[in-house]
Design a protein around this ligand. Structure first.
Ligand SMILES: [Zn+2]
Length: 601
């Protein structure tokens, strides 16, 4: 730990310097420390890994540290990631590993893992739920609380619910612990007794209350998640913090203000924009901070860009694009960008079309509705809104092909047939839909008076997209009635949406971000091949699609106005490839840091 006994604060930049995202700023005093974001360094990770070369999950932390993607910091990482041998159920099995030959296979000696008695960090602030700000929280000890807005917590949960949770995607939900133990003697293998990873046995699995249904569900395994703290203001070891809501391309984004007696006041902006459909103006933002900022750690993604487009202009563009369309409209947007969803939804309605979204967006909208009913309507009740049902699995539109969130608004359908379990299968049985009604081992659940939900409604939530989902052949009958959320990853749907014979007058609108790496550029040109072959019209600008989009980031004039009005003593640019632009604009005040630098303030 750095010595801050003189009452000073030190800032260490473990990510986010001279790169877009991957922000990891360590703020330390002599009493405590906090992290400002702990995001994945996407660009750097992409320099090594690709779709077909993935991170080795059992060695992820140690591999990523060696690549320089993750920092060497003591006292923050989960011990299991630092030293795999702590997972050995029986220490005698150590002899089966080449521990002396290759100690670095199992353990990093140069990093102290998290330990409760010498906790290095008292909390990690997450500015918003984009991977470049949250993903590497996955490697931190679960004892370190995550502090963010309630919307960011809900979004993090929704992202985990609809993903296959890999080892580096446990920033919300924690994976089951797996111990290393020998395979059972009678295990069907050529080599019984060899070591393998086995999930830790659980004596009992507690029932869990499901907020959406008001029902208690049993799971096969205990589900666990990190501790999220979502109060907007508080104290941690003498550090006073305040979360300041700010606009960005996901809901729930905030800046973090850190104050401490006798120490400079630090404002970390996170990612900011001021001209979206929602979010504060610059004046409102500056006013809500309300104190003199001594050190401003600011994002600068678009510090070299003058163009200010408003979300209103984006909407007008989309409205006129849809108005001109004769056939099906395909429209691309980031599924987590709920304010863009609203803009497209209104644009589709203005043209008398139904907006057809994917199950992920629908799932997120419903999560937001359940948690913030005043701000987010129930997507099931929104007019001119449907959910697209792909052909999956057998491609027979068989109900058995769909699982989890793709089926409806519940991501867990109950895999356990415990005696009193009210899982969805039992509920279906109760309604006479499925299962064996006379199965004595799993009697039907007794209704409990006062339960907030009817069985019918729970079943409806679990199967909504199957019963109400819109299928490609239905769209093909009346393509002019729909605007369908669509990206490169949905290209196979073109086979089903557009008949082989006959004229296609479909149109594609790009309402999402520019490609920011080579792979995205390649995907964009592949996508054009698909659209060309199927006769889908689109507008090109140079080699890329024309965009109906504003970035989630403030432009240069906005950043300059924000900084001028905040009037900070020092400025530290992060999340930018053009820090020198800040030096030109604010000479004298800019501090240029390098990756890994520690700064005393
Ligand atoms: Zn970012």
């Amino acid at each position: 730990m750095s010595d801050n006994s003189d009452g000073m604060v030190s800032l260490t930049f473990h990510g986010g310097v001279d790169e877009i995202g991957g922000n990891k700023v360590l703020y330390e005093t002599d009493d405590g420390a906090v992290l400002l974001d702990f995001g994945r360094r996407m660009g750097m990770t992409g320099e090594y890994y690709s779709e077909f070369l993935q991170i080795r999950s059992k060695n992820a932390l140690r591999d990523l540290i060696r690549l320089g993607v993750l920092p060497k910091i003591d006292g923050v990482y989960d011990p299991l990631f630092v030293d795999t041998t702590t997972l050995l159920r029986d220490p005698a099995d150590r002899s089966k590993l080449p521990l002396d030959e290759a100690p670095d296979y199992w353990k990093r000696e140069d990093i102290k893992p998290y330990h409760p008695s010498q906790s290095r960090v008292d909390g990690v602030f997450i500015s918003h739920a984009h991977f470049d700000h949250i993903q590497d929280v996955s490697f931190l000890s679960e004892s370190i609380p995550v502090i963010c807005t309630e919307e960011t917590r809900i979004l993090s949960k929704a992202v985990c619910d609809v993903s296959n949770t890999g080892v580096d995607q446990q920033f919300y939900e924690l994976r089951r612990r797996e111990e290393i133990a020998p395979k059972r003697e009678n295990y069907r293998t050529l080599f019984p007794g060899e070591l393998d990873y086995t999930p830790v046995k659980e004596d009992s699995v507690p029932d869990e209350l499901d907020k959406k249904t008001g029902f208690t569900f049993s799971h096969t395994f205990s589900s666990r998640h990190r501790e999220y703290q979502t109060v907007m203001e508080g104290d941690l070891k003498g550090i006073h913090y305040r979360l300041i809501p700010v606009g960005h391309s996901v809901p729930g984004a905030c800046s973090v203000l850190l104050t401490r007696e006798g120490a400079p006041t630090v404002l970390y902006t996170g990612d900011v924009r001021f001209n979206g459909a929602t979010g504060a103006t610059i004046d409102q933002y500056v006013e809500s901070i309300g104190v003199q900022v001594d050190v401003l750690i600011t994002e600068g993604t678009r510090i070299d860009n003058d163009s200010i487009i408003t979300e209103k202009q984006v909407q007008e563009g989309i409205i006129s694009d849809i108005k001109d369309a004769e056939g099906l409209v395909l429209i691309d947007f980031g599924w987590k960008d709920i304010s863009r969803f609203g803009v497209i939804y209104e644009a589709a309605r203005a043209n008398g079309r139904t907006f057809v979204i994917n199950p992920k967006t629908a799932y997120l909208l419903y999560e937001m509705h359940v948690n913030f009913p005043d701000r987010y309507p129930d997507p099931r009740e929104m007019e001119n809104l449907r959910v697209y049902l792909k052909r999956e699995g057998s491609l027979l539109y068989s109900k058995a092909d769909y699982a989890k969130f793709k089926m409806g608004y519940l991501h867990h359908h109950g895999k356990n047939s415990a005696m009193k379990d009210r899982n969805i299968v039992r509920i279906a049985e109760r309604m006479g839909i499925g299962g064996k009604l006379d199965n004595k081992r799993t009697p039907l659940p007794e209704p409990v008076p006062g339960e907030p939900y009817e069985y019918q409604e729970v079943y409806e939530l679990a199967t909504h997209h199957i019963t109400h989902g819109l299928k490609a052949y239905e769209i093909r009958k009346h393509p002019e009635k729909y605007a369908l959320a669509f990206s490169y990853w949905d290209s196979n749907e073109l086979f089903d949406l557009i008949p082989e014979e006959g004229y296609s007058s479909a149109k594609y609108i790009k309402a999402s971000t520019e490609p920011f790496n080579d792979e995205m550029m390649i995907d964009e040109s592949k996508f054009m091949n698909w659209l060309d072959l199927f006769g889908v019209r689109y507008i090109k600008e140079g080699k890329m699609f024309q965009r109906r989009h504003i970035s989630g980031h403030a432009s240069q004039p906005e950043l300059v106005e924000m900084i001028t009005k905040l009037n900070p003593g020092k400025i530290i640019p992060v999340h930018t490839l053009n820090p020198e632009k800040f030096e030109e604009l604010f000479p004298e005040r800019v501090i240029r840091v390098k990756h890994g630098d520690t700064l005393k303030i």
